[in-house]
Write a protein that binds this ligand. Structure first.
Ligand SMILES: [Mg+2]
Length: 426
């Protein structure tokens, strides 16, 4: 045994002996007090994971692009993960993935190798305070079928639940656990879909201005079918928003484009001064992103489909993008988010997370943005669908163009079990 592991074992033995002494000297409520104290510290008598539940929610309507100026419905189905503990504390997360596949990643049994297993069985009985070790345990137990996609997305959801549990156990907001709470509010941009005509774009912009937004992102929807129409839609948005509000553009990459076509697209939008142009190439085209970012003045943002710190290193160092957009329900959760924040700081580039789901992800992202040294925006999903903004008893509300970062334990929001039950189909 090396000297440091020996020292660690001695320290652990000392703590165990000390705790045993304390416990045997106590009775009744005193005994419970010591237990509670140790639980609060996350010490030897720790909180243990009792269950991991994966729920599939379905809203009443399908995801569809707006046909006029009306708000889009947004996501039609969602995976919600709930981790419960023997201390009565639960953590929730929503995950933007294929919900039935994500549920299978959680529920699958152990396969016997420790590498083709479901996540739930790997977590029962574990201490949520060891969130980083559990990240690696989940990554390893899904490595033969995972590493990217649904497996990392389910892992991300569990990871966010564990951070929420730790925060509730020690009665602190997650930003304090991460190591910094730089701010108590973040500027929000309304995140919505492109409307099909310039008139509908202008009408939609006026409604966001009336609500108090100072920045709007239009994405996907009608964009990408006709380059001339694309320019007219962006022009209408800029004119309606006026010179002082920010316009953000997400052309989407469902339309196949080469890097050179993307360069021409971004140059056609530059007269309308977008704050950034996002994700116009397939997520694996790192060299295309580098070619694009080096060819235009407008900042290029990407990363909502990227996963793990290894993936983000590629996107940052090879893709040379200006703004990184990790989605905390896809990238590997807050544990990976913290590593990405460090990379972003080392490379001195921008970080504006993707978050187009429910209040749970928005609240988790707010805690993350309290932690990052710089925070330009939070993405605020303004979809009209029921499951986007109804899952919390204390929903997040935009005020004066900003979202407040709750100074309450964990994520700071209370999930409404009755609403989960209403929309749960599996
Ligand atoms: Mg996007």
């Amino acid at each position: 045994m090396s000297s440091w592991t020996l020292a660690g074992a001695r320290a652990a033995a000392f703590r165990l002996t000390g705790l045993f002494g304390k416990l045997t000297a106590c009775k009744g409520s005193e005994f419970e007090g010591v237990i509670a104290q140790e639980q609060t510290r996350g010490g030897v008598v720790g909180v243990k994971i009792k269950d991991v539940e994966a729920m599939v929610l379905q809203s009443s309507r399908q995801y569809a692009a707006p046909s006029r100026a009306e708000e889009s419905h947004g996501i039609g189905s969602m995976l919600v993960i709930k981790v419960t503990t023997d201390a009565g504390i639960s953590g929730y997360s929503d995950v933007e993935t294929q919900p039935q596949v994500g549920k299978a990643v959680i529920d699958a049994p152990a396969g016997g190798t420790g590498m083709i297993d479901g996540l739930r069985q790997a977590l029962i009985g574990e201490d949520p305070f060891e969130v980083e070790r559990l990240w690696h345990k989940m990554y390893k137990c899904s490595v033969y079928y995972g590493r990217r996609g649904a497996a990392i997305q389910a892992l991300s959801g569990v990871d966010n639940c564990l951070w929420s549990i730790i925060g509730q156990a020690v009665k602190q907001p997650i930003c304090k656990l991460l190591g910094a709470c730089w701010r108590n509010k973040v500027r929000a941009y309304a995140s919505t879909l492109f409307r099909p005509t310039p008139e509908a774009m202008a009408e939609a912009c006026r409604s966001y201005i009336d609500q108090g937004f100072t920045a709007v992102k239009f994405g996907w929807g009608a964009f990408g079918q006709d380059p001339k129409l694309d320019v007219e839609l962006a022009r209408a948005a800029r004119e309606a928003l006026g010179p002082d509000r920010e316009l953000l553009i997400d052309p989407g990459w469902a339309v196949e484009r080469t890097a050179d076509e993307c360069v021409r697209l971004v140059r056609s939008l530059e007269p309308f001064r977008p704050f950034f142009v996002e994700d116009c190439l397939p997520p694996e085209d790192y060299d295309g992103y580098a070619r694009l970012a080096n060819s235009v003045e407008t900042p290029i943002a990407a990363g909502e489909q990227e996963a793990t710190h290894w993936g983000f290193r590629q996107l940052i160092e090879r893709g040379r993008i200006d703004i990184v957009q990790p989605d905390l329900s896809r990238c590997g959760g807050l544990t990976t988010g913290r590593r990405i924040a460090h990379m972003v700081e080392e490379h001195n580039i921008g970080l504006i997370p993707h978050a187009w789901s429910s209040d749970i992800l928005t609240a988790t992202t707010l805690q993350f943005l309290a932690y990052t040294k710089k925070a330009d925006f939070i993405e605020f999903n303004v979809s009209s669908g029921e499951i986007s903004r109804q899952l919390a008893k204390n929903p997040i509300v935009m005020k004066d163009g900003h979202l407040e970062i709750p100074d309450r334990p964990g994520t700071g929001i209370e999930v409404d079990e009755a609403v989960l039950h209403r929309y749960r189909v599996l």
